[in-house]
Design a protein around this ligand. Structure first.
Ligand code: FAD
Length: 432
């Protein structure tokens, strides 16, 4: 095995899943993370069964995941009249061999970090180390420029560089210097968590409202045995006119709930009080819904993009974090097959870049929430019985189409062989 490690830019979910995967198959790697410390940031995020399967294969099992979230049992869309538009079971209840988890993003991120430290040692993740540029070496391999938190810089050589540095990726900016700026389609999300009583199945993902204004909420913790309350993750979302583009300087800021509560003031039913849910939040954050236009390739010789750096997408399909994990595993499988070589990156690119780029556009068109657009087109959002507007068969086919595109169609996933064969180790002869 070459002494030259794989360099990973970014210690988010994608970068850490890559590190765990490479370690599992015997490939040395180092993670360079720009933040000075790992903190449990973010609110709720879903891990789809295709990603949970990979986590299990990485030795991150139920006991671990139950500590940072809970199994999702249902996905439902509800109209403003309180009537169901669509609902389906999730995880094993739907026939999957693996559950879907609704997790606290920050706690899940810390879980991955703890696993990396436990298995690879603290030195595997270099904090306060921002990758600012790379240079492909004529002799093979790559050199990454690292900017340290004390202001100093250094160059580190590696066999490969994986750019897992998120939506504002420096690696991607160098690989695709002419890429358009971040794309904002007009939707603004305000996110937060509130202690509340889980509704429906007790672990349901609920999208409530219309194609232009909705509330999404789901529990991300087991109920407290004393109070019966769970941490409810919620996203309040409104679509606005975007002709003048995003006017604020940043893409993420903490806000007072008073800034957006008025949009949801009369969203009160006997089974849900949205204003109370928002008002009682610990804190709230504003995120415009943004993504990036797909690029034709995620690879430049020994450098590959992964996770949001490769395919930042609207969270309508709840699959950004899941896809980052699947990316890491497909990359590991390619390295297992082709060695620690640019050929492995090409194989990874050929497998994922095309279909996942399509998924970005599909999520831009509302992903599974596209059912709400259909309701609007057909009846202006007003209906008594959804069957009169969209037949059960059409609704089911619409959702099945989305799941197939996102890689978690039940039959296909259940019968697919492991992404990385059990016990796989990259052979010395294959490595550079
Ligand atoms: C703080 C934060 C909070 C989030 N909260 C939510 C949430 O509540 N719900 C949700 O659905 N999704 C959330 N996300 C997004 C979600 O985690 C990602 O879509 C998904 O997990 C993909 O992960 P990623 O590792 O590709 O990218 P990211 O999660 O963005 O991770 C990228 C990592 O790279 C680091 N980094 C950036 N630039 C560099 C560089 N040049 N060199 C080295 N390191 C660099 C960043 O500090 C970050 O740790 C959040 C992301 C972040 C960073």
């Amino acid at each position: 095995m070459s002494e030259s490690p794989v360099l990973i830019a970014g210690g988010g979910i994608g970068g850490l899943a890559t590190a765990l995967t490479l370690h599992q198959i015997g490939v040395p790697c180092i993670v360079f993370e720009a933040s000075r410390e790992m903190r449990p940031l973010g609110v709720g995020i879903n891990m789809q069964p295709n990603a949970v399967r990979e986590l299990y294969d990485l030795g991150i099992g139920e006991a671990d995941l139950d500590r940072v979230g809970l199994r999702a049992r249902e996905w439902a869309l509800v109209g403003l009249n309180g009537n169901d538009i669509y609902s389906e079971p999730r995880g094993p209840l739907a026939g999957y061999n693996w559950p879907q988890y609704a997790v606290h993003r920050g706690r899940f991120h810390m879980l991955l970090h703890d696993k990396v430290v436990e298995r690879m040692g603290r030195q595997a993740v270099l904090l306060g180390s921002r990758v600012t540029a790379y240079r492909n070496l004529p002799s093979g391999g790559v050199s990454a420029r690292i900017e340290h938190s004390d202001g100093s810089t250094s160059d580190v050589e590696g066999a490969l560089l994986v750019g897992a540095d998120g939506i504002h990726s420096a690696v991607r900016a160098q690989m695709h210097p002419a890429q358009p700026p971040i794309h904002w389609g007009g939707a603004i999300m305000w996110r937060g968590t509130t202690w509340g009583r889980p509704i429906r199945s007790g672990s349901s993902f609920v999208g409530l409202g219309t194609h232009r204004q909705r509330m999404v909420f789901y529990p991300i913790s087991h109920p407290d045995p004393k109070t019966g309350l769970s941490i409810i993750n919620w996203i309040a979302e409104v679509t606005m006119d975007n002709t003048e583009g995003w006017k604020q300087s940043g893409w993420f800021r903490e806000v007072s709930t008073a800034e957006f509560l008025h949009h949801f003031e009369d969203w009160i039913w006997d089974w849900l009080d949205v204003p109370a849910l928002i008002r009682q939040a610990d804190s709230a954050f504003e995120n415009p819904m943004i993504d990036r236009d797909p690029v034709p390739t995620w690879v430049d010789g020994p450098v590959a993009l992964l996770g949001d750096a490769a395919h930042a997408m609207y969270p309508t399909g709840s699959n950004g974090g899941s896809q980052a994990i699947v990316d890491a595993r497909v990359l590991g499988a390619s390295i297992n097959e082709y060695g620690v070589t640019p050929a492995a990156l090409t194989a990874y690119d050929q497998k994922l870049c095309g279909p996942i780029s399509q998924l970005i556009l599909r999520n831009r068109g509302a992903g599974p929430f596209g059912l709400l657009n259909m309701v609007d087109e057909r009846c202006g959002g007003t209906f008594d019985n959804i069957d009169d507007v969209i037949s059960p068969k059409e609704r089911m086919e619409f959702m099945a189409g989305y799941k197939a595109a996102a890689g978690f169609a039940i039959e296909n996933l259940n019968k697919a062989p492991r992404t990385i064969p059990e016990g796989a180790r990259v052979r010395i002869a294959q490595a550079v």
